[in-house]
Ligand binder design. Structure first.
Ligand SMILES: [Ca+2]
Ligand SMILES: [Ca+2]
Length: 328
């Protein structure tokens, strides 16, 4: 009974959820702005996808790829490859404005190192945040201390790269891109949990149209918001991956054979009134567990941890962990 009530309440909130998709593809008019191929799967059990392009071919889902989401919003009337989509297709939706337009670009100070930082094979280098005009090339172990890294050169890695860090945001200026295309590499950077770049993982400068690539696997995961408003992001997925992430990109292409689940976790402001972690948030969360989710409540409803299961012990544990300032 509880499941039925919860599911009903959840479905009735689809229009509210449309305002907060986990994947936003900003390209205003391009063909194949959102494209998938191979046997890649992208799943968003707690959220949806919004594609702005006015092209009738804006969405191209080829091969045996599957896009599974609560909803797919498009500005046109149909998706040619709709058999590859599982979820609610919302047509003729207005284009979304870039939700991160107000995010201020970080300003570089004096360079930490002017030449490209090269992490050689089987060595370990620890970097501090700051300005790296020559970019960073990783073939060994890179540990990144918390903070903002500003790169004018590419952030690249090969199959032997191991990149780890917490509280890290990478800002790619000019024509710098992310060149992480080896599916054997390790890429584990979590975004800052506070400050102006809270939740931002990668920020590719507005106007920077360099295509970025990211191999997504069990050891290489995008975390936090990947914000590339002028760029195409090419994801190659292998294996089964789940990650708390959000994508605001100009164009997105996903290929490979993997199944990539994008998790949207709730915040301490469960009831969406702007106050974080109050008694009202706790009451709203438990009301939602009971099947009565408020209109302004977290879009994932009782699936607080965004794993596609609604109102389980894991959701309750995740809620209290996040309330205490912890991870999803
Ligand atoms: Ca609140
Ligand atoms: Ca859940």
């Amino acid at each position: 009974m509880l499941c039925t009530a919860v599911a009903g309440a959840f479905e009735s909130r689809t229009s509210a959820q449309s305002a907060d998709p986990a994947i936003i593809v900003l390209d205003p008019a391009g063909v194949s702005s959102l494209s998938m191929g191979g046997s890649a799967g992208v799943r968003l059990p707690g959220s949806g996808v919004h594609v702005n392009s006015s092209s009738p071919m804006a969405v191209h889902l080829a091969g045996s790829s599957i896009l599974e989401a609560q909803y797919l919003n498009i500005t046109t009337t149909s998706v040619p490859d709709v058999s590859h989509f599982i979820g609610v297709l919302n047509t003729e939706r207005p284009a979304l404005a870039d939700p991160l337009l107000a995010l201020v670009e970080p300003v570089p100070g004096a360079p930490v190192q002017t030449a490209t930082v090269i992490v050689t094979v089987e060595t370990t280098l620890t970097l501090n945040p700051g300005f790296y005009p020559g970019g960073i090339n990783v073939r060994g172990n890179l540990l990144m201390n918390p903070g903002v890294y500003i790169l004018d050169g590419d952030f690249s890695a090969n199959s032997q790269a191991r990149i780890n860090g917490e509280g890290v945001v990478v800002f790619l200026r000019g024509a710098a891109n992310l060149d992480f295309s080896s599916d054997n590499m390790t890429f584990q950077l979590s975004p800052p949990s506070a400050g102006p770049y809270q939740g931002i993982g990668i920020f590719q400068q507005r106007g920077n149209t360099a295509t970025s690539s990211l191999a997504v696997s069990a050891s290489s995961r995008p975390q936090g918001t990947i914000y590339m408003p002028s760029s195409q992001l090419n994801i190659t997925a292998s294996g089964t991956i789940a990650s708390v992430a959000r994508f605001v990109v100009n164009r997105l292409n996903v290929t490979g054979s993997g199944s990539f689940t994008v998790i949207v976790c709730g915040t301490p402001d469960f009831n969406g009134d702007g106050d974080f972690g109050t008694d009202a948030d706790i009451e709203a969360f438990f009301a939602c567990l009971g099947g009565n989710c408020c209109a302004t409540c977290f879009a994932g409803g009782p699936d607080f941890n965004g794993d596609g299961d609604f109102g389980t012990d894991a959701d309750i544990e995740s809620f209290f962990r996040v309330l205490a300032g912890g991870a999803c």
